[in-house]
Design a protein. Structure first.
Length: 599
């Protein structure tokens, strides 16, 4: 670490983000935020003064409405960078953004930016970036480098492996559709040919069956030829934009060893790593989709309370970003470690625990402390207290995260997924939808597991309320009501919902939708869990089984009794009442005729 003091200017439209960044940077003696601006006018006013600055930290999504450039896209933000560089060429700029598109990163560096990091970047890496850019070097975060490497490797996958033209992610998905379809046709064709070979000509039915099977074989062969002609010969055009973008990244100097030796080591490991290109391409596409979904509504539409409901929207989004980043980092580490499938299955609990622990540390800050309620003069480290609940979190949250082993195996080893009792190869629509669903549920549950110990240990601490809670949950009564709702949810899930889902062979997953966070049900075999149920949970399944056995018969009996009751009312009692009425009418008629006769 250098002894030089770097003076920083923050330019961001989010006041909360600026306050958080300023307070976080205050713990570093070599960094000082001397000014901050919400709009370009404020920033230019500060720069026109005599203030001595070493670095500008700029939000790429500042927005054209604050910049006064009359545009409605990120282009206006990049034009601001060009404007700042033209007027202050010696002042370095570090961009913070929520996107890692190679074209955008390339344009930013060509506009004069010295550093580019994603929002939600690991704090240690962000500090490294700030120090390196402030000292006059260029910096590109590890996550963006990995995304660019994955994109480049995906575009070159077939050329490197099978001497095919370079392909994009779409082309890879298309090719996987083709391969999956051809495998399916070959499998059915083999079955038809086997049945055809086992058919004799002794009986008329056998000869007819043989004719039908022969027709099916001809149809399958024709379908195979047609699919091969339509999809098998096509190749994707070279993605020139990615190749052009890679040139600028090669121009970025390697990080200074004294400041960021970890980045250098990571970059070297990534360049030497030999992993499957299809998996990398699918992972990059999956992560981009998830990041885009996190930018939309995060309203809880699942009709059940979630721990993250207590958070402000920006804090909730930040927590989910961090959880997503930790999942990505874990997958990268596993890929570099060359772990085997058998080892992976045994490591699942440890991997989930590591993701949760790193998410807690990065969300709250490793040294975040609060005054002890019992002794005001002492401080309590928040992260240490939260991490002490790891045993509870493991049982109540992490062990209940479903399909995570299949998710990792699919991305690391390209194993097929079981979707609705059928297999789905990597790159197919069904597989992509399923891994998206698993990833959404994973990061939501990790986020819930981060907030649960906070509510248990620091629910009514005023500083926690002000920094994290929604406005409508600041009151102590509202907090206790929210915690009671969560407690009832845990009880219902343990004794009612979970046994019912096990009995029905289902899992409920949380996912991101246009309306916010919602629940989705998927089929999963759970016979082993069903065998292990006991006590109240077993009684619930027996009650459901009894209901299934009795309910149809009871409904039939009630329907039969009801129809009999209707018959009695209409055909017996109704007719009797009709006859009585008819006799009364006839009697009245006869009496009236007799009276007329007497007259």
């Amino acid at each position: 670490m250098s002894d030089e003091l770097y003076k920083l200017l923050l330019i961001d439209a989010d006041r909360i983000f600026r306050m958080g960044m300023r307070s976080w940077l205050a713990q570093f003696s070599d960094l000082e935020v001397v000014a901050e601006a919400e709009t370009v006018d404020e920033a230019l006013g500060i720069l026109q003064g005599e203030l001595d600055l070493d670095l500008i930290i700029l939000d790429l999504n500042l927005g054209a409405k604050n910049l006064g450039l009359g545009k409605s896209s990120r282009q206006s933000d990049l034009e601001l960078c060009q404007r700042l560089k033209s007027e202050y060429p010696k002042l370095p700029i570090l961009l913070l953004s929520s996107t890692q598109a190679p074209e955008l990163v390339e344009t930013a560096f060509r506009a004069g930016v010295q550093g580019y990091c994603l929002k939600g970047t690991n704090p240690d890496e962000l500090i490294t970036a700030i120090r390196q850019v402030a000292s006059g070097n260029r910096y590109l975060s590890d996550r963006i480098r990995l995304g660019i490497d994955q994109t480049n490797q995906a575009d070159k996958a077939d050329r490197l492996v099978k001497n095919l033209p370079e392909q994009t992610v779409v082309a890879i998905v298309r090719r996987n559709f083709y391969l999956s379809g051809m495998r399916g046709i070959d499998r059915v064709l083999a079955e038809v040919k086997a049945n055809l070979a086992n058919t004799n000509n002794e009986q008329l039915s056998d000869r007819i069956a043989k004719m039908v099977l022969a027709g099916q074989a001809r149809e399958l062969q024709a379908a195979r030829w047609l699919v091969n002609r339509l999809w098998g010969q096509k190749t994707a055009p070279v993605n020139a934009s990615t190749n052009n973008a890679s040139n600028i990244f090669e121009e970025i100097s390697k990080p200074n060893v004294e400041i960021s030796d970890r980045s250098t080591i990571t970059s070297q490991n990534q360049s030497g790593q030999k992993s499957n290109n299809n998996a990398l391409a699918v992972q990059a596409s999956l992560w981009n989709k998830t990041v885009n979904k996190l930018q939309s509504s995060l309203l809880n539409s699942s009709k059940t309370p979630l721990e993250i409901d207590v958070l402000k929207d920006e804090k909730k989004r930040q927590l989910l970003y961090i959880a997503l980043h930790q999942v990505e980092q874990s997958i990268t580490d596993l890929r570099f470690s060359q772990i085997s499938p058998s080892q992976l299955e045994l490591k699942i609990p440890d991997i989930l625990k590591s993701i949760w622990q790193e998410t807690v540390i990065n969300f709250f800050g490793k040294y975040y402390a609060l005054n002890d309620l019992a002794n005001v003069d002492t401080e309590v480290n928040v992260v240490d207290v939260l991490l002490n609940d790891v045993a509870i979190i493991q049982i109540e949250f992490l062990d209940k995260i479903t399909q995570f082993d299949n998710f990792l195996s699919h991305l690391l080893f390209e194993t097929e997924l079981i979707v609705d009792n059928s297999t789905a190869a990597m790159g197919t629509t069904e597989a992509m939808q399923r891994v998206e669903l698993i990833l959404d549920n994973l990061i939501i549950q990790i986020a819930n597991a981060v907030i649960q110990p906070l509510l248990n240990n620091f629910a009514n601490v005023e500083e926690i309320k002000q920094n994290f809670y929604r406005y409508n949950l600041l009151a102590t009564r509202e907090i206790e009501r929210f915690r009671n709702e969560l407690s009832w949810k845990y009880r219902l899930e343990k004794y009612i919902t979970d046994p019912q889902l096990i009995f029905e062979s289902r899992h409920m997953l949380l996912t991101f939708a246009d309306c916010g966070i919602k629940k989705v049900s998927i089929y999963t075999p759970r016979n082993q869990e069903l065998q292990n149920l006991e006590g109240v949970q077993l009684a619930v399944t027996l009650a459901l089984e009894l209901q299934d056995a009795i309910a149809p018969r009871l409904k039939s009996a009630i329907a039969f009794i009801g129809s009999g009751f209707v018959y009695v009312l209409t055909n017996v009692i109704g007719r009797g009442i009709g006859l009585i009425g008819r006799g009364v009418v006839q009697g009245i008629g006869n009496a009236w005729q007799d009276s007329r006769t007497k007259k």
